[in-house]
Design a protein around this ligand. Sequence first.
Ligand code: ADP
Ligand code: MG
Length: 338
Amino acid sequence: MSIFETVTLESESALKTRQIAFSLANSLYGRPLTIFVSGELGAGKTTFAQGLAEGLGIGEPVVSPTYALEQHYGDALTHIDLYRLQADQAAGFLAASEDHPGIRLIEWAERLPEGTQEGPCILIDIRELSKTRRRLRFRLHDVPIPPPSDIRSWITQAALPAHIRKHTTAVARVAGLCADTLLHRGVFIRKKALVAAAHLHDMLRFCDFKSLDGDAFYTPTPKQTAVWKRLKEAYGQPHEQAAQRFLTERGYPGIGLIVRTHGTHGMQDASFKPTSTEQLVLSYSDKRVMFDTVVTLDQRFDDFVTRYSSGEESDFSRSWRAELKRIEKLLFPDGPPL
Ligand code: ADP
Ligand code: MG
């Protein structure tokens, strides 16, 4: 059974609600997607839609579609307001826009009868705590997360060496801490999905080993080598994409996408470049852990230089280091949490 995550954030102003919605746009893993928003008149549903549209890069100002019922912003966003409809009308009206290609945001989702919320969707409930305070509760039914028992059994089945398991455990801890810091600042992030991805990010790391028979650092048993060969034949290289294929095959494409971009390939191939908040945090957390010890970015990159290029930093390493520092600043403008 998959897990579906819930995120709760508080907003103390209309601007904050817009910013939260803006940050949700950096945490989406597939289209089409329906976002159901419920909350009383004046809760901030349209304010939320405006922030989301801005985050999606829509230039036009988003207005309340209360009188038009439905507003299209290219293929990117369909904005619907069910305020004036009864339950039976609302369901019928919604069915007409079912084959939309992008994001469909629906205000007054409480107008819909139970069971309408099918397919990849996010349910948002905005509650008024006071004149300006709001509680936003997100139920994320768009990115299924594997349960811990599956994560453990996949890692066991992959015969992952203990030092890699220690590394992924440490990266998951750092990623969780980064997520807490962002949530505290009111940035939307899927902490559960991120931590699951962090535990799995190197689950097929051996697909990129020079030899599956071992090296100076680690000698697998013949049984391990046989398991690795079979998995490498099935899922290929690089190990990030291998893990993505493995996870997608099992019904977890969103977790696969988070895992895909944690390595070096993004430097040459845009399809491996981290862009979502969870992708950025995983890439970053991975570089803040050397084996299983938390280090700074500079310590980690200095270690690369001494281990792989005998003291002289390559142009590639220099630009990768700069890219990670850019990500650190972007995620944590007030300095990293650890
Ligand atoms: P809805 O679409 O849910 O009816 P709107 O977004 O149109 O609500 O309006 C929300 C109103 O509440 C705006 O006037 C906005 O300035 C005000 N407001 C005050 N505090 C907040 C907050 N924390 N979040 C959103 N809106 C807020
Ligand atoms: Mg509205």
